[in-house]
Design a protein around this ligand. Structure first.
Ligand code: FAD
Ligand code: NAD
Ligand code: FES
Length: 302
């Protein structure tokens, strides 16, 4: 069991957790992820390690509640426990001195891009961050990005924070202004990563994306996370999750991610009807559904 030491919402449906996992905290590198199972018969889902604290023996994950398992995890609080946290998994990001690196985070993708932005800065790069969200309330980690990078641009679809527009418009502007971009990392929705790849391809700017196929075992055995890269099949869990954006077949990625949409919707509907007694703090009655999930630690005697 893995204890949660901190849990707080960064934005509606996006929650940050610090979890005691000393071995993972000391081994993990930027770009790697863990596979989490909330309870003993729960589904395994991949989540990026957004940060770690070796002294405290904790890792940080940021979870966007979009389906049954992520919503279930987001109902946990500090003091609760998670059944399994396996990792670190995947190939670390390629961190070198490239020169000027533009790190682009779209929505919750910002949490996934953040550790690589930190590592790029620590390796002597000039790091420019572009952080995008649909609206002000959904912006996350902007302050952390500000502290880490040389320049931060915030864009929102509705203009409620920063400049109005998509992250790609800001990148286009930088290129048009003659900014010498040596390397781009873009993480967010598939259409966003695809759009960034199309923008940088004619300029031959090396562009890396972190892919988010459905994963099951995370060990290269089940084939669930197969992606098509430069016409070849790769497994994102062991060969990635980061790949050269100009080689990625985004159509196949998008199609494969939609394969289980009906079943996922059914699971979410069942979850919602089971947890109709969610309280004001978004704390659903998980323990009634899964008594083994996240038992609270005994309170210290006062
Ligand atoms: P499901 O019921 O499985 O799916 C609900 C909806 O989400 C469906 O529309 C479905 O098509 C879509 N979906 C399913 N799987 C994925 C996926 N892998 N990516 C995108 N959409 C998906 N999410 C975070 O919130 N934070 C992270 O740090 C993070 N890191 C990830 C790292 C990797 C390497 C990968 C592969 C994925 C990562 N994800 C992250 C995505 C996360 O794993 C999925 O959102 C989660 O598995 C969905 O599970 P669910 O049961 O809640 O939803
Ligand atoms: P979102 O839909 O709110 O989009 C965030 C930002 O991305 C937008 O504000 C915009 O600036 C940009 N964007 C979106 N579509 C674009 C397009 N067509 N062209 C250019 N820019 C575009 O994002 P969200 O709701 O926070 O969702 C985050 C997404 O990240 C989810 O769709 C999820 O599938 C994906 N995700 C990716 C990973 C990964 O490893 N790559 C992991 C988890 C989640
Ligand atoms: Fe099974 Fe990658 S998740 S092969």
């Amino acid at each position: 069991m893995y204890s949660i030491t901190e849990a707080r919402f960064l934005a509606p449906d996006i929650k940050l957790f610090r979890i005691e996992a000393p071995r993972i905290a000391s081994k993990r590198k930027a770009g790697q992820f863990v596979i989490v199972r909330a309870h003993s018969d729960g589904e395994r889902i991949p989540l990026t390690i957004a940060d770690s604290d070796i002294d405290a023996g904790t890792i940080t994950i940021v979870v966007q509640g979009i389906g049954k398992t992520t919503k279930l995890i987001n109902s946990l609080e500090a003091g609760d426990e998670i059944q399994d946290v396996v990792g670190p998994l995947g190939e670390p990001s390629d961190i070198r001195e490239f020169g000027t690196v533009v790190v682009i985070g779209g929505g919750v993708g910002t949490a996934i891009a953040y550790p690589t932005a930190v590592a790029m800065k620590n390796s002597g790069n000039k790091v420019i961050a572009i952080v995008g969200a649909r609206t002000k309330e959904l912006l996350i980690l902007a302050e952390e990005m500000q502290q880490t990078t040389d320049q931060l641009f915030i864009v929102t679809d509705d203009g409620s924070a920063g400049e109005q527009g998509f992250v790609t418009q800001k990148l286009q502007e930088l290129i048009d202004q003659g900014c010498d971009v040596d390397h781009v990392l873009a993480i967010g929705p598939i259409p966003m990563m695809n759009a960034v790849a199309s923008l940088t391809r004619p300029h031959q700017i090396k562009t890396i994306v972190s892919l988010n196929p459905i994963m099951v075992d995370g060990t290269g055995m089940c084939g669930g996370c197969r992606v098509l890269i430069g016409g070849q099949s790769k497994f994102a869990c062991v060969d990635g999750p980061e790949f050269d954006a100009h080689d990625v077949d985004f159509t196949v990625l998008s199609q494969r991610n939609q394969m289980y949409r009906q079943r996922e919707q059914k699971a979410l509907d069942e979850f919602h009807s089971d947890s109709s007694s969610v309280d004001d703090n978004n704390h659903c009655h998980l323990r009634q559904q899964h008594p083994e999930v996240g038992p609270r630690r005994p309170q210290a005697a006062s």
